[in-house]
Design a protein around this ligand. Structure first.
Ligand code: AQP
Length: 327
């Protein structure tokens, strides 16, 4: 029997190169080796305010980008998190075994909370919901970018604590980081990770950006005051661009770019990105031309995974002594 894989993306904005290189590309590469479940985590997205209409369309757009990036819906289950109630149900049960101090230590919570006028309780709960996403399917492998490593550790701690309180129930999930691209940084500020929620116009390359836009964004990317690439002494901006180019086209290496003037180097990076995104954008256009296709994929995904989630919820309820209807 194949081990189970689980991962997700928030439909909270335009998917970007960090999401692709840190997550989607890796998912597509490993999907056939596992029983794979990939989620559009809309319940995570609402931990900060989302415009309802936009959220609805972003959910479908995200699903279409999963497929365009190489996720095969026949092989992998593509699921909207809120369409399987077990995620939220298990999250509550896990909340009740999670010490508050564990959540207060989460660096992503601290960083996001600083940007909000009012901090919703859901933002603090975010990593517990993420633990539930993984544990409700008893997933063994969780392929994510580096920014999620701390949340994955917490998921393991929560699973362990539950098992020691109520008996062996959950299997321990393992983090799987990509070899290259685990942490893509913002083009405008290479000290912060590329993210959907950042507001700078030149921060991220969206997967659906036109070639002209990509060239412009990369041309404006922050580098340093040196004139040319010194492979032994690269500033964070240059190193980030090289990581991006290498992840998009493995033939672009340190030795290839050594001594290149920044203008030429950036052109090389832009072309590597454009070539990598071209087939994804083409497939996206094909998929979205068929109005009913994405919904059929999402219903199929939901139906495939529901029995797994229901089985876990029953086990957890039984372990905790909650009511389970006898039929
Ligand atoms: N910059 C990144 N480099 C590598 N991997 C990344 N991931 C996200 N950013 C990078 C990985 O993509 C998956 C989905 O993560 P997400 O939906 O939380 O993406 P986001 O862009 O970080 O979204 P937000 O809404 O902007 O969230 P915050 O504000 O939390 O950053 C994950 O596997 C993630 O590791």
């Amino acid at each position: 029997m194949k081990a189970r894989v689980l991962s997700g993306v928030q439909p909270s904005g335009q998917l970007h190169l960090g999401n692709y290189l840190g997550a989607l590309k890796n998912w597509a590469e490993i999907q056939s080796d596992y029983e794979s479940i990939f989620c559009i985590v809309d319940l995570h997205a609402i931990t900060v305010y989302q415009d309802p209409q936009e959220l609805t369309s972003k959910i479908r757009e995200t699903a279409a980008l999963f497929i365009a990036a190489g996720i095969d819906p026949k092989e992998s289950s593509i699921v909207v998190q809120s369409s399987v109630s077990g995620h939220a149900e298990l999250a509550w049960m896990l909340t009740c075994v999670t010490p508050l101090g564990w959540l207060n230590r989460m660096t992503q919570f601290k960083a996001k909370a600083e940007k909000q006028a009012t901090v919703g309780a859901g933002l603090l709960q975010y990593p517990v919901l993420m633990a539930a996403d993984i544990l409700v399917y008893q997933a063994k492998i969780v392929p994510v970018g580096e920014d999620q490593s701390q949340h994955l550790e917490l998921a393991r701690d929560i699973a362990q604590r539950f098992n020691s309180m109520y008996g062996a129930t959950f299997i321990m999930p393992e983090t799987r980081l990509p070899a290259v691209g685990a942490r893509i940084m913002g083009l405008d500020d290479p000290t912060t990770k590329m993210s959907k929620s950042a507001t700078g116009a030149n921060h991220a390359i969206a997967l659906l950006d036109e070639p002209g836009v990509i060239r412009k964004k990369i041309a404006r990317a922050t580098t340093d005051s040196e004139p040319a690439v010194d492979p032994e002494n690269m500033g964070p901006g240059v190193a980030n661009l090289l990581t991006i180019a290498h992840a998009c086209d493995p033939s672009v290496t340190k030795s290839v770019v050594a001594g290149m003037r920044y203008g030429d180097f950036k052109k090389l990076v832009a072309e590597a990105v454009i070539s990598r995104l071209k087939p994804i954008q083409q497939k996206y256009r094909e998929i979205t031309a068929d109005a009913g296709y994405i919904d059929s994929v999402l219903v199929e995904g939901q139906q495939r995974v529901l029995p797994i989630a229901e089985d876990t919820i029953k086990k957890v309820k039984t372990a905790m002594g909650l009511y389970v209807a006898r039929r």
